[in-house]
Design a binder for this molecule. Structure first.
Ligand SMILES: [Zn+2]
Length: 158
């Protein structure tokens, strides 16, 4: 099993913030040794995505073989956490008691065209989200899982 904690470039990426969960109820991911690194990566404030050592393709969700070149030399690698809102929806339906409206966004990471995560956008009013807006990663820690979330971001803000 890959030791993702020794990635060479981890120290180059600043540690992201931890946020309170805006969701009253959040499902825990299924236990899967192939995706465990993804759900615990935020423990040190950094987002990691599986990457192929042979062709450098980022593979999300993680799989045992690179879909581009077939290599089995894939391992988690720290990414910047920066990206753009590819698309989004706002959930107004209070499926559980006391749930406020929240944003579900598909974010495309800067590292690779088509490298997208479905997540929540926090620190952003439901009327203020827009396709193309710059975002950066943060985490919600719950159930022993560090869920990647995103917040609005500008390069000037750091
Ligand atoms: Zn590959």
């Amino acid at each position: 099993m890959t030791d993702w904690r020794v990635m060479a470039n981890s120290s180059e990426v600043p540690s992201a913030r931890i946020f309170d969960d805006p969701l009253v109820h959040r499902l825990a991911p299924a236990h899967d040794p192939d995706t465990q690194f993804f759900w615990t990566s935020g423990a040190d404030g950094r987002l990691r995505i599986q990457r192929c050592a042979d062709c450098n393709y980022y593979v999300q969700p993680p799989t045992r073989h690179c879909p581009m070149c077939g290599s089995d030399r894939c391992s988690p690698q720290t990414v910047s956490g920066h990206g753009r809102v590819h698309t989004f929806t706002v959930n107004y339906q209070p499926w559980v008691k006391d749930q406020c409206p929240y944003i579900v966004a598909i974010v495309e990471l800067d590292e690779q065209t088509g490298l997208r995560l479905t997540s929540n956008l926090l620190d952003c009013g439901v009327d203020d989200v827009a396709i193309g807006m710059r975002v950066t990663v943060g985490f919600v820690a719950r159930h022993g899982v560090w869920y990647p979330v995103f917040i609005p971001w500008t390069a000037e803000a750091g």
